[in-house]
Every structure is written in C-alpha cells, then in structure tokens.
Design a protein around this ligand. Structure first.
Ligand SMILES: C[S@@+](CC[C@H](N)C(=O)[O-])C[C@H]1O[C@@H](n2cnc3c(N)ncnc32)[C@H](O)[C@@H]1O
Length: 294
C-alpha cells in the first residue's frame, strides 16, 4: 500500500480505511495480532485483513459488516486526525488545476498543518515530482513526517520545521509552484519567488479574510507576479426530489373517458432538483498568480 500507488492485497503495516456505512469512515493501521473495535464488533487483522483484497466486505465479530478500502488522498482528507483547520477536496481540486500540477512537478508548501493538501499534491506529482513543505509548529511537523512514512510517500517529500516568513522554504530556484496557507502570506511572497524556477511558475495563497487577500495581492504586485486573480470555490449540491403537480386544465373535454375523470383531480409526479437558496461554508479565498521568466 502507498498513498500514491494502488495495490490489491492488504499487508501488515498498511493504513486502510474502514467504511462503516452512512458516510462514516475511520483509518486503521493494519498489524499482525491487532484488533479494531467497531459498532458491529471486532475486526481481527491477522485473519480478517492481512492477505485479503482491498474493497472486501469484512464480517465483524457481532455479525455486522464493514468495507475495507485502499487509502486515497480524498479518503484521508475526510478521516485524518485534525491538528489544524484543513483544506477540503473542493478547494484542493481548484488548487491542483490552477497551479498546473502534474507528475514531475516540484512544489513548495507552507504551512503543512494536518497534511490534507500535502497528500493530494504528492499523489499528483508522483512518481518523479517532489514536495518541500514547511511547518513551524514542531509537533505538527513531526506528526506529519511520521504519517508520510506510514503512507509510504516519504521519498517524495521533505518536511522542514521552520518559519517560512523568516527562513523561507529551504530551497532556491527549484519550484514549479508554491502554495501558502498561513495567517500572513504576504510575508512569505518574497521567499515564494526565491524558491521558484527561473523560468517561472504558479503561486497560490489561501486566506479566509479579504483583508489578508488585499495584503497578499499588494505583495505579489511588488514582487513582479502577474495574472493575479482571486476566487472563492463554493460547492452547490442539487437535491433530487419528487413533486406532485395538478394536471393542467386545457379546456373542454370531448372523450368519454376524460369526462369521467375531472382533470383538476389528476396529479402527475415530476422528478426535479432544487439548488439551495443559500450556500453555507465559506472556506476561504484562493489567490493565484504567475511568476514570469526572469
Ligand atoms: C490552516 S493550517 C494548514 C492546513 C493545511 N493546508 C492542510 O490542508 O492540512 C496552517 C498551518 O500553518 C502553520 N504556520 C503558520 N504560520 C507559519 C509560518 N510562518 N511558517 C510555517 N508554518 C506556519 C501553522 O502552524 C498551521 O499548522
């Protein structure tokens, strides 16, 4: 198992995602001799998991069952232990596309936080790209580095425990893209520029408040970035529902059958979708810019 490569068979030491139904999921470390308790009873790792195929349905000791899934960055985002606020898939999708990430891209990121975005970046840039991620909170830096090892992606990433605003990313002239998710991104824009390749690249900064966006844009202009644009990505879920409507009355009726059934007593059923009137869940603004060739 690796978060950047699929394997069929569950092995000792893997991280697997247990799907308990109703969108409830939890990550587990697969270990010989270990057991995981669920509301359906225990899962015995040695007999129920190791050597079995990912995707399998496991019957737990109380008779209920769960599915055991191969981990992905998307599943990790919804199951990871939070140490910080994290980025979710809606923003991550826009970030990955607008930063033009692809296999082989070199990316600098700060702060690492809980590593939600980092895992998505790693899957996108693998197998030949690289992530340099900077986190100034020591325990968070150590914890995420441990997770990268457990998820077998540590060959693709370096975690640096330093202040990106003071000390930068620890690399110069290597990055195709830089991502900032820190309270004062404007203080790191100069370091972002220094980390990027001479032939240019893309930068993105995530901020919840528009005042942070304004200061970041000013810093981007000052450092010669171009194509500066800010967007907010909102997810609009359309619920499908069935409505019943009265049959329209088209005037006098001629046939015998229609005379027997007055039209205004007939209804017809219609499947429809309704967009929500309000969209809760502002996460933040994404500011993108391009560093031109220097
Ligand atoms: C909101 S979290 C990032 C979440 C991350 N994008 C994710 O998806 O999991 C912000 C992180 O930035 C770190 N941070 C804040 N200022 C920093 C700085 N100047 N240098 C390095 N890390 C910083 C914080 O410790 C925190 O862990």
């Amino acid at each position: 198992m690796s978060f950047v490569e699929y394997s069929d068979i569950i092995q000792d030491g893997d991280v697997a995602i247990v799907y308990l139904g109703h969108d409830s999921m939890t990550p587990i470390k697969v270990q010989h001799g270990a057991q995981t308790q669920t509301r359906y009873g225990a899962i015995r790792h040695s007999t129920d998991l190791i050597g079995q195929r990912y995707g399998l349905k496991v019957t737990c000791t109380k008779g209920g069952w769960v599915h055991v899934l191969h981990p992905t960055p998307e599943l990790w985002t919804v199951t990871l232990p939070h140490r910080t606020q994290i980025l979710y898939t809606t923003d991550i999708a826009a970030i990955t596309m607008m930063l033009e990430l692809k296999p082989g891209s070199v990316v600098c990121e700060s702060g690492t936080g809980s590593g939600s975005l980092s895992h998505a970046i790693l899957r996108t840039v693998a197998p030949t790209g690289y992530l340099h991620t900077v986190e100034f909170h020591q325990q968070r830096a150590e914890k995420v580095a441990e997770e990268f090892r457990e998820h077998r992606v540590d060959h693709l990433v370096t975690v640096r425990n330093q202040d990106v605003c003071k000390d930068g990313f620890g690399v110069t002239g290597v990055a195709d893209a830089v991502f900032l998710d820190i309270p004062s991104p404007w203080e790191a824009v100069g370091h972002a520029k220094a980390a990027m390749k001479k032939h240019g690249g893309r930068v993105c900064s995530f901020s919840p408040c528009i005042e942070q966006v304004q200061r970041t844009c000013e810093a981007l202009v000052k450092h010669g970035f171009q194509e500066i644009s800010t967007m907010e990505v909102l997810l609009r879920t359309h619920d499908v529902r069935t409505v019943s409507l009265p049959m329209p009355d088209f005037g006098p009726h001629d046939t015998a059958q229609e005379k027997e059934t007055p039209p205004n007593q007939t209804v017809f059923m219609l499947k429809t979708t309704t967009p929500p009137r309000e969209i809760p869940g502002h996460t933040g603004y994404l500011t993108f810019a391009t560093k031109p060739r220097t």
